[in-house]
Design a binder for this molecule. Structure first.
Ligand SMILES: *Cc1c(COP(=O)(O)O)cnc(C)c1O
Length: 360
């Protein structure tokens, strides 16, 4: 083996073809790009949290099954005893380990645009990824989805509900048809469950191939890296074999256990974010040249005048506000930007900056 083409000899072509997931540097900016909850905890709650961390034995491995946290997650999400839950280092890790369990050449189906990690991780593992374009109203193109299911029999179908980056809930009837038609697993990714009034969690008992995935990230605990997936025990059992034994570290286990018992704190924050989402939506749509799309998540996708999205994005950044520019993804996202709902004063700063940038 000659060393001059070490990289091409060592790494699979699909890995070499990927680009790393890029995270923008938000230093000094109002950060409205990553669907984080803008609120921190009161001093009193922080003190209580720190007191619980004092008992963590950092010299010991964490509970490999995270049993206490698993039970708490089942309780706060109303997951019946007959289903099992697998925890991941973020729901990203759960997507990865689901895909790692598939045979080589397996097909994976999702809609596009949707959460980018479905495709990124499927590509990285050399699987056959099919991204079916959404309809113009951002709902699922059901006939096209069903055609791919018939032709390629995907092992896993990912449906983000609400969808990222469009913010809408897909038609429930369409999803049920997909679950019925699917030969493989259907994962309903409910990352934005705290901001939506709809869920498939109470349908777990109706379909043996249904899995419901959630995360604490968008709720307000993005720094902990904790996601979970619920489904039939025989499916979770297989996934558990691929999971690294100590994937949820002791500080995350203790912190999440503490936080999930502060339901009232998160409920108040979530309600404030939903009210501010309604306000920002109306303000955006009142602007000449802007079309905001209805959202059941903690962000809003909006369309800017033709070929102006990148200029507006850069102008906002120059004015100290970081949002997400989706226009380069083209297709349905041409001319589109996405803003996360922050604190009221952050949302106002964003709207002022946007008004300025439209006058350019
Ligand atoms: C943010 C997001 C995730 C990732 O969540 P983590 O638990 O932080 O890894 C998964 N799915 C969707 C649709 C998301 O928007």
């Amino acid at each position: 083996m000659t060393k001059n083409n070490l990289i091409t000899q060592i790494f699979r072509p699909e890995v070499r073809a990927l680009s790393a997931y890029h995270v923008a540097d938000a230093k000094g900016l109002i950060k409205l790009d990553a669907m984080e909850n803008p609120y921190n905890w009161s001093e009193e709650i922080k003190q209580q949290w720190l007191a619980t961390l004092k008992d963590c034995e950092l010299n010991r491995y964490p509970d490999p099954e995270a049993r206490q946290l698993n039970a708490t997650i089942k309780r706060v999400n109303g997951i019946a005893d007959e289903f099992d839950v697998l925890l991941g280092n973020g729901s990203d890790e759960i997507i990865q380990l689901l895909l790692m369990a598939l045979p080589p050449n397996a097909s994976v189906l999702s809609a596009t645009p949707s959460f980018v990690m479905y495709k990124q991780l499927a590509d990285c593992l050399g699987l056959r990824y099919h991204g079916v374009p959404l309809a113009d109203d951002f709902d699922l193109d059901l006939p096209a989805m069903l055609a791919v299911i018939t032709e390629h029999q995907p092992s896993v179908i990912f449906l983000a509900y609400p969808n990222n980056p469009t913010g809408n809930l897909f038609s429930e009837a369409a999803i049920l048809e997909i679950i019925n038609a699917a030969h493989g697993l259907v994962v309903i990714d409910e990352a934005y469950a705290p901001f939506a009034d709809a869920s498939f969690m109470n349908r777990l008992g109706q379909y043996e191939n249904l899995l419901v995935m959630r995360t604490v990230s968008k709720l307000g605990l993005a720094g902990l890296r904790l996601g979970y997936i619920a489904g039939q025990p025989n499916i979770i059992e297989q996934l558990n074999k691929i999971r690294l034994p100590y994937n949820i570290n002791i500080l995350t286990q203790a912190s999440a256990e503490f936080a999930l018992n502060q339901q009232a704190v998160f409920d108040a924050q979530t309600q404030a974010i939903c009210a501010d989402r309604a306000f920002a939506f109306n303000q955006l749509n009142a602007l000449d040249g802007i079309t905001a799309y209805p959202s059941a998540a903690n962000f809003i996708l909006f369309k800017t005048p033709k070929d102006k999205a990148t200029d507006i994005f850069l102008s906002l950044k120059q004015q100290g506000v970081l949002i997400k520019n989706l226009s380069p993804q083209a297709g349905l996202l041409s001319d589109c930007l996405r803003v996360t709902i922050g604190k009221p004063e952050e949302n106002s700063a964003f709207l002022v900056a946007l008004r300025n940038s439209l006058e350019l």
